[in-house]
Ligand binder design. Structure first.
Ligand code: ADP
Ligand code: MG
Length: 345
């Protein structure tokens, strides 16, 4: 059992005020909760406050209902995994994982069992004797994970642990960490700016925006029902197209845009092709339109000619609507007319 609660959390630094602006958050027991947002939005600061590495200016942190706001990191049932592994270079993988247990004077036989079990969980049982310099980045990060596992924390705190790895390794590590979460059944609180990591690993996503929570939900909720233009424009690869109309905005995901007239009701936009990116599995087309730049994603069209001046189609059922402040609203009755009026203007 490990929940984390954060209540009205505020953080000011001397030269950076309102880094966190009153965060209220409950991290469910056993969840894989992602703190997601662009660089500088306060993710690491929030995680460090939960870890006890940083004091809040105001507000409380509770772990399993106990107020730990003033507790030392070692007094909290948490283990932190960083981006830059922080392994001892002169020690083997085994010794790196064992070190904390030695300091705590865990008896040798017990230590051995715990380290072997942890290395097995991260698929490094056969690499125990290697030093960090003899391992790949992904293996080093798995040693860092094993070092957290032997602490048997209730909550694992991870700050962009994959950002030093190349794309292929990141993909493999996403799978490894998801599996580890399932096997351990512990609570994970994981910071990333990468919405792919958030979507693929998280059970819960907390989207941050300039020190406040913009939206909380499952990956599916955040993807299908973004609460704001900010959420719509952050999630997705590429993210949703956010376009201004009278008194508000519409957003449409690139994969719902049709390049030929669909059978469902749709608004046509005159469009000029400005770029085309061939990704093998898909093609990303960039268009200039009267509503602004629009990106459309289709199955890969290697050879298809696309006229420079064409029309693209936004199915009405795929349009998400927002008010002038960017907050999600129900589609107005006259949505189609509003969009057409804007196109004609
Ligand atoms: P993120 O992890 O989302 O990129 P951070 O939590 O690291 O964001 O930082 C949020 C903001 O707080 C940034 O503007 C950063 O410059 C500022 N900040 C973070 N740590 C400190 C610090 N120790 N002193 C002063 N400002 C800080
Ligand atoms: Mg950070």
């Amino acid at each position: 059992m490990s929940t984390v609660q954060v209540e009205r959390l505020v953080k000011d630094f001397d030269d950076a005020t309102h880094v966190l602006k009153g965060i209220d958050l409950t991290v469910r027991d056993g969840s894989f909760t992602i703190l997601l947002g662009p660089s500088g939005c306060g993710k690491s600061t929030l995680l460090r406050i939960v870890a006890g590495l940083e004091r809040p200016t105001a507000g409380r942190v509770l772990i399993d209902g106990v107020d730990v706001t003033d507790a030392e990191p070692s007094e909290r049932q948490v283990a932190m995994v960083f981006q830059n592994y922080a392994l001892y270079p002169h020690m083997s993988a085994f010794e790196n994982v064992e070190y904390g247990l030695k300091v705590k004077r865990v008896p040798k036989a017990e230590r051995r069992e715990m380290v072997e079990h942890a290395l097995e969980l991260v698929d490094l049982a056969d690499q125990a004797k290697k030093r960090p310099s003899e391992m790949s980045g992904g293996q080093r990060q798995r040693v860092a994970l094993a070092r957290a596992i032997v602490k048997r924390p209730g909550v694992y705190l991870m700050d962009e642990p994959l950002s030093n790895l190349d794309a292929k390794l990141r993909g493999q590590m996403r799978e490894s960490i998801s599996r580890l979460h399932d096997e351990l059944g512990s609570t994970f609180l994981y910071v990333t700016h990468d919405q792919v990591e958030a979507m693929s690993m998280g059970t819960d996503i907390v989207l941050l925006h300039e020190g406040s929570i913009a939206q909380e939900g499952t990956p599916r909720e955040i993807y299908q029902e973004p609460a704001s233009t900010y959420a719509a424009g952050f999630i997705g690869a590429p993210p949703a197209n956010v376009l201004g109309i009278e008194d508000g905005f519409i957003a449409v995901r690139p994969e719902y845009i049709a390049l030929t007239e669909p059978e469902v009701p749709a608004v046509a936009l005159p469009a000029t092709l400005t770029a085309r990116e061939q990704l093998g599995d898909s093609t990303i087309h960039s268009f200039a339109t009267p509503l602004g730049d629009v990106r459309a994603k289709t199955p890969c069209l290697w050879d298809a000619e696309c006229a420079a001046n064409t029309r693209i189609f936004l199915p009405l059922s795929a349009l998400m609507c927002f008010d002038a402040q960017g907050k999600r609203v129900a589609p107005p009755e006259n949505l189609e007319r509003l969009v057409r009026a804007r196109v004609a203007a």
